[in-house]
Design a protein around this ligand. Structure first.
Ligand SMILES: [Zn+2]
Length: 326
């Protein structure tokens, strides 16, 4: 079988778009919105395969057999193009959009359509977005442009308004855990908690060394003092400070939630809850809130290429201040 399927929680979106396709009224521009890890990109590829397949018009499903489906499966389809930033924080630039426009203006090679998927579309820089706008205003015949984002508000309003928005809401917990339990071993509820309910993100975490890394960083954080600060800062920078800051944010938010309501069910990092509860006894709410705010500021500075060691040390000093008994 070589058909990319949508995920079980995407049935409504699939029905909506496959019906539009079979009635030949699929819009030229689609904007997929929804939080990370819910499978928007997978869905875009499933839709692309269907649109490119030679035999999908009646069944609204890719056949998995035709020449187009074979090229698609071999990641070598001449009528499909994926554009995304080099990494999540880099912009999508105007020359990348020019390539998209050239691509869309060519006649389809094998299929009846040309399909472009732009992932992380919130990273389109200003010139790139303006350039893209023209092809949304006058789309070439038989072209389909799919934009994907978890932050639709970061897109130009004029781009949003020229696309049909398709929402991918958070996946229902029971469905997400039963799907994930079939995919990976381990504590699926913890993995889902750590990925804010996104089953695909949770699967990615399970397949990586994330949980070990998190455990190490948590121990560093608990054992931090002015003597080991420099070596821990070095270590965190090597691990990728952005990821470490996301973990810190999640622990601090757990401390704040627990401090506010005294209810351990509100703790997302359930496996660390006894240590977090122990820690929170000695912490002051207003200091914690200030620390969380300072962390947010440092997180945005990491993306601006400010010296990572200094940012790590700064947040460590503030954490030690926060722990000092008033
Ligand atoms: Zn096919």
């Amino acid at each position: 079988m070589s058909v990319v399927n949508s995920f079980p929680w995407q049935q409504a979106q699939w029905n909506q778009l496959s019906t539009a396709y079979s009635q030949e009224c699929l819009p030229h521009g689609l904007l997929f919105c929804g939080s990370r890890g819910v499978g928007k990109k997978g869905f875009a590829f499933a839709l692309a395969q269907m649109v490119l397949c030679e035999h999908s018009m009646e069944s609204s499903q890719a056949c998995g057999q035709c020449k187009s489906c074979q090229l698609f499966t071999a990641h070598n389809h001449p009528d499909l193009k994926l554009t995304e930033p080099d990494d999540e924080h880099k912009p999508i630039k105007v020359n990348q959009v020019r390539e998209i426009i050239d691509f869309m203006n060519l006649m389809p090679h094998t299929s009846s359509h040309r399909v472009v998927i732009i992932d992380q579309a919130q990273q389109l820089n200003h010139n790139a977005a303006n350039s893209l706008l023209k092809s949304l205003e006058e789309p070439p015949a038989n072209s389909l442009l799919i934009l994907i984002t978890h932050r639709p508000s970061a897109l130009l309003g004029t781009i949003r308004s020229r696309c049909r928005q398709v929402l991918f809401p958070a996946v229902e917990t029971a469905l997400a855990s039963s799907w994930l339990a079939d995919q990976v071993p381990g504590d699926v509820n913890l993995l889902l908690n750590l990925s804010h309910g996104g089953p695909l993100l949770a699967r990615e975490l399970a397949a990586s060394d994330y949980l070990q890394l998190r455990q190490q960083c948590f121990e560093d954080w608990l054992g931090l003092n002015s003597n080991n600060m420099l070596s821990i800062a070095n270590k965190w920078v090597k691990c990728g400070l952005e990821n470490v800051f996301v973990m810190l944010d999640s622990w601090i938010m757990d401390l704040i939630r627990f401090k506010a309501a005294n209810d351990d069910r509100l703790i997302r990092n359930q496996d660390l809850s006894s240590q977090l509860i122990n820690l929170v006894k000695h912490l002051d709410m207003s200091k914690l809130m200030r620390l969380q705010q300072q962390l947010l500021e440092r997180q945005s500075q990491v993306q601006q290429n400010i010296n990572a060691n200094l940012l790590a040390e700064d947040i460590m000093i503030r954490w030690l201040e926060c722990k000092q008994v008033a």
